[in-house]
Design a protein around this ligand. Structure first.
Ligand code: IMP
Ligand code: MG
Length: 176
């Protein structure tokens, strides 16, 4: 058990399980993109650890674009997305892979998909997320690479935060 601010969390997904999941995702992604040039869009801040572990396992040509979107305060999705850092690279004609720590309502990725559709003529776009809260998400769009499907519970660690804290935890914890 750990406490962050006023909330208690218990261990949920171990470092070993996270690394196995990232490995499995990287195998599927390597199979799809072999020989291609790909831009990976990482969504700050949450995706930092997933992105850095994932890209070290990829064996095709990748460049990275980091954007910063915010939808959460505390343990609640606001339903609105603030774009704190947007896309700065020319993405026309590029294969784009979005790397996300966790998809909950899907609003964050919907926002990004709309931006890509309206302003960038990309060759292809797919999504890789470590975690998916499938009951909340309800298949609003296709997510090709999903690490683990989880219940609608609040998690921290491995990049994911509670009010800014807990991102550095190597394991993933769930609120109790
Ligand atoms: P969505 O827009 O509702 O899909 O939320 C996605 C973003 O909210 C993720 O990229 C996370 O940054 C954050 N988020 C969603 N669920 C959790 C959680 O359980 N813990 C920490 N952050 C979360
Ligand atoms: Mg995030």
């Amino acid at each position: 058990m750990i406490t962050i601010q006023d909330k208690q969390f218990e261990i949920f997904i171990s470092q070993k399980e996270i690394q196995d999941t990232v490995n499995e995702l990287s195998i599927a992604i390597n199979n799809s993109y072999s020989g291609k040039q790909v831009v990976i869009i990482g969504i700050l801040d949450g995706a930092i650890l997933f992105l850095s572990d994932l890209i070290r396992k990829l064996n095709f040509d990748v460049t990275i674009e980091l954007i910063k979107l915010k939808s959460y305060v505390g343990t609640k999705s606001l339903g609105t997305i603030s774009e704190l850092i947007g896309i700065t690279q020319q993405l026309e004609g590029k294969h784009v892979l979005i790397a996300e720590d966790i998809v909950d309502t899907g609003n964050t990725i919907s926002h990004l998909l709309a931006t890509l559709r309206d302003h960038h003529k990309v060759a292809s776009v797919e999504i890789a997320t470590l975690l998916l809260k499938e009951d909340v998400f309800g298949e609003k769009f296709a997510i090709k690479y999903v690490g683990k499907k989880i219940a609608d519970k609040f998690v921290v660690g491995y990049g994911m935060d509670f009010n800014g804290q807990g991102r550095q935890l190597p394991d993933i914890y769930v609120a109790v």
